[in-house]
Design a protein around this ligand. Structure first.
Ligand SMILES: Nc1ncnc2c1ncn2[C@@H]1O[C@H](COP(=O)(O)OP(=O)(O)OP(=O)(O)O)[C@@H](O)[C@H]1O
Ligand SMILES: [Mg+2]
Length: 226
């Protein structure tokens, strides 16, 4: 398999007439398994929109997304919710853990949604908590965790379904530099060891030290990839 995810000639327009906004214009990119890309650009340049289109949450106005060799917006409409649950992992700026569930239960939830329960689910959750070095916090609720720990649990949750692609929208923005860098190192390790394709939006140039490629967006266009 060559690419885990591809975007071809994506455009997105909101509204019409005087309120029409062209948010993305002719954006194409392709990420191989094991690659880590950063997406940068000023506020309003379309980064989140691009990520939500790649995440099959927002439909593009034109263009296509090819996820794990499946062409999504091309005639026949696959079950997007099912694809999201099985092939994608999401990480947000705030960990967005479910407050009344423990760390472990937060990880079990996406597994339950794809029908993995019982012993297998529990052992996968335990393994992920260990992998992210929060095993000793398994039975804590989110309010009992530090910001960095919450984000590690959120990463464990995003990994639970063994996704082909992880989409992260400013996952380091609410952390200090050191914790932010440790999240970036973790994403690097994941892409290397689990061959996950990872796209991470960040504002912070200090966070882009270990990525394979930086995609710069400006006014909805890719202006530079380096
Ligand atoms: N549902 C919507 N309807 C209309 N306009 C929208 C909608 N969603 C986003 N936009 C506009 O699209 C542009 C890009 O938004 P987007 O959230 O993708 O930017 P961003 O690069 O993620 O910015 P930030 O760095 O501030 O998070 C913005 O000008 C925004 O106002
Ligand atoms: Mg954004």
């Amino acid at each position: 398999m060559e690419y885990a995810i591809e975007a071809q000639y994506l455009s997105k327009t909101y509204g019409e007439g005087r309120t029409r906004v062209e948010v993305l214009k002719d954006v194409s990119l392709a990420v191989r398994p094991g690659e880590l890309f950063a997406i940068m650009g000023p506020s309003g340049s379309g980064k989140t929109t691009l990520l939500t289109i790649l995440g099959l949450v927002t439909e593009p106005t034109h263009g296509r997304v090819i996820l794990d060799e499946e062409n999504i917006y091309n005639g026949r409409r696959p079950d997007l919710q099912c694809l999201r649950r099985e092939k994608l992992g999401f990480i947000f700026q705030l960990a967005n853990l479910i407050p009344f569930l423990t760390a472990r239960e937060n990880i079990l939830l996406p597994l339950e949604l794809i029908g993995i329960t019982g012993k297998e689910a529990r052992s996968r959750a335990t393994e992920l908590l260990k992998y992210l070095e929060v095993a000793d916090r398994a039975d804590h609720h989110p309010e009992q965790l530090s910001g960095g720990e919450k984000q590690r649990v959120a990463i464990a949750r995003a990994l639970a379904n063994e996704p082909k692609v992880i989409l992260a929208d400013e996952p380091t923005a609410s952390l200090d530099t050191e914790r932010g860098l440790s999240v970036m190192r973790l994403l690097r390790k994941l892409s290397n060891e689990k061959r996950t394709a990872i796209l991470v939006v960040t504002h912070d140039t200090r966070m882009i030290t270990e990525v394979d490629q930086v995609i710069h967006l400006q006014d909805g266009r890719i202006v530079d990839t380096g």
